[in-house]
Design a protein around this ligand. Structure first.
Ligand SMILES: C[S@@+](CC[C@H](N)C(=O)[O-])C[C@H]1O[C@@H](n2cnc3c(N)ncnc32)[C@H](O)[C@@H]1O
Length: 286
């Protein structure tokens, strides 16, 4: 059954429009969870492809042990079950054979369902007729959530990894998102016109683990040159200040953007992770 048919069936069984809205929202959560489960079954547990040499290398250079847990694919309940089955661990032994253990640092390459709901329900305004570009779209989580939780007219993902582009294409076809979602297999630095026409640009930790410092600096300068539409919005994780502080660039933040303060208390659902939400920053282009 298509999403539209499901909505019509639900509408017919609801007595008032508030009940209907609530049902559609929770139905969209169910669709996103199904997509996550589908993707889990198509990927290794660390949700990375061997084609991601640079990212794999960077993570091995990290001083403390880190574990890849893609937050879109594995929520806390799924992680708990995997730990119980012995397939995943939240800690590592610092002195083999002793009881001294330390918590593993978790790294996610996607937004979680909670972050996606916060993004589309509380961070961004009504997106009717707007163009959204997700820079580094990976599994497509931002695009699929944008299809389900917003009225954006077009959602573009730009992803440089061919394996992830292929996976996104499979999901777009299977879940019938093709009318509003498109994936471009490219380095973002070859896509000036797409960035120039975007009303919203999303950048979730795009470059840090995937490019060396010089490439990151060049990519940020390209973004700052081309995300220029006055009044358009830029969502970043972490803040622009934090990303740029480690790099040598010509980007003049105060002449490019103005930060919009977010209210992180508005997300009231039980799965809230305040620390993760506080990493999300919103900017208006000047
Ligand atoms: C942390 S993931 C972001 C995932 C997704 N946007 C989300 O929020 O769920 C970053 C992705 O950016 C891609 N990437 C890094 N540099 C890129 C570039 N210059 N052009 C296009 N994609 C890039 C990586 O391959 C990786 O899949």
């Amino acid at each position: 059954m298509k999403l539209g048919d499901i909505s019509r069936t639900l509408a017919a069984s609801c007595e008032n429009s508030d009940d209907f809205d609530e049902l559609v929202v929770s139905n969209n959560d169910v669709v996103l969870r199904n997509i996550a489960e589908d993707l889990r079954n198509r990927l290794p547990i660390e949700a990375m492809f061997t084609s991601e040499h640079q990212a794999v290398q960077k993570i091995h250079q990290h001083p403390l042990p880190m574990i890849h847990v893609d937050a879109f694919l594995y929520d806390d309940d799924v992680v708990d079950s995997l730990c119980e089955e012995g397939k995943m661990s939240r800690s590592y032994c610092t002195e083999c054979g002793s009881y001294k253990t330390a918590s593993l640092e978790f790294i996610s390459h996607s937004f979680s369902l909670m972050e996606l709901k916060f993004l589309y329900h509380h961070v961004l305004p009504d997106l009717t007729g707007k163009v959204v570009v997700d820079v580094g779209s990976r599994l497509g989580a931002v695009l699929f959530a944008g299809y389900l939780y917003s009225s954006a007219s077009q959602l573009y993902g730009v992803e440089m990894n061919a394996d992830f582009c292929q996976l996104q294409e499979i999901m777009i076809t299977k879940y019938e998102f093709i009318d509003r979602v498109k994936v471009v297999h490219a380095d973002i630095c070859t896509q000036p016109s797409l960035l120039q026409k975007a009303d919203v640009v999303v950048m979730n930790n795009v470059f840090e683990y995937f490019l060396d410092r010089q490439e990151q600096a060049r990519a940020w300068e390209f973004i700052a040159c081309n995300v220029r539409k006055r009044g358009s919005l830029l969502v970043t994780v972490p803040s622009l200040e934090e990303s740029l502080s480690k790099l040598q660039t010509d980007v003049q933040l105060s002449q490019w953007v103005e930060e919009v303060q977010l209210n992180y208390d508005v997300y009231m659902e039980k799965d809230v992770d305040r620390e993760a939400l506080e990493q999300i920053h919103l900017y208006k282009i000047l």
